[in-house]
Design a protein around this ligand. Structure first.
Ligand code: ATP
Ligand code: MG
Length: 187
């Protein structure tokens, strides 16, 4: 099965994806992590990305689509993908549909983690202290939230019409959310 975990910054996408990966033997695809890896490995593309994400902006669709394509067409990962933090724009969502259907795959489950803005701010301020992510300053947290509302919300409208869409309350305890998701995936 292929799964998408969707939601605003700090909603707990990475946290929930980590759990599902372990329990269901999937490969986690986090474009945030893929992009940060490029930066860490000081690749040419990484240098462009560093400028973009430290400002709280999105990487271009071109960069992201290229990174995703390699993974979707990897035979080892076929039908074992869990996307976390991707797609973030309507064009990325449409591109993913094309990549999946041309490799004879589909999205089986889409989970939307619904979380209040106040919760997001609290969680990300805490994460900043623990993980020291360069994009977790108050200014970029607010900017990422605005970018999400503008660019990513249309993806929610696109996915919410699909039968594989599930809206999950993300404002509760980590274990409670995991339990709900696991229950749906185990049916
Ligand atoms: N249900 C929860 N209750 C309390 N804290 C949580 C919950 N889920 C995640 N967190 C914490 O909130 C922070 C953000 O979670 P996480 O990194 O999983 O979010 P994300 O959706 O992947 O964010 P981003 O879009 O910025 O990558 C982390 O520090 C995580 O430990
Ligand atoms: Mg994340």
């Amino acid at each position: 099965m292929n799964v998408i975990i969707f939601g605003p910054p700090g909603a707990g996408k990475g946290t929930q994806a980590n759990n599902i990966v372990k329990k269901f033997n999937l490969y986690q695809v986090s474009t945030g992590d893929l992009l940060r890896d490029e930066v860490k490995n000081q690749t040419q593309i990484g240098k462009d990305i560093e400028n973009i994400i430290s400002k709280g902006d999105f990487a271009t669709d071109e960069i992201v689509n290229e990174l995703i394509k390699n993974i979707v067409f990897d035979p080892i990962k076929k039908n074992k993908l869990i996307f976390d933090g991707y797609p973030r724009s309507l064009s990325q969502a449409e591109n993913l549909d094309v990549l999946l259907s041309s490799s004879n795959q589909k999205i089986d489950f889409i989970f939307f983690l619904d979380v209040k803005k106040e919760t997001i701010i609290k969680r990300l301020e805490k994460r900043k202290i623990i993980e020291k992510r360069s994009d977790d300053t108050m200014i970029t947290i607010l900017k990422r939230y605005d970018t999400y509302m503008e660019t990513t919300k249309p993806v929610l409208d696109f996915y919410s019409k699909k039968p594989s869409f599930f809206k999950i309350n993300g404002d509760v305890k980590i274990e409670e959310i995991s339990g709900k998701i696991e229950q749906i995936l185990s049916v």
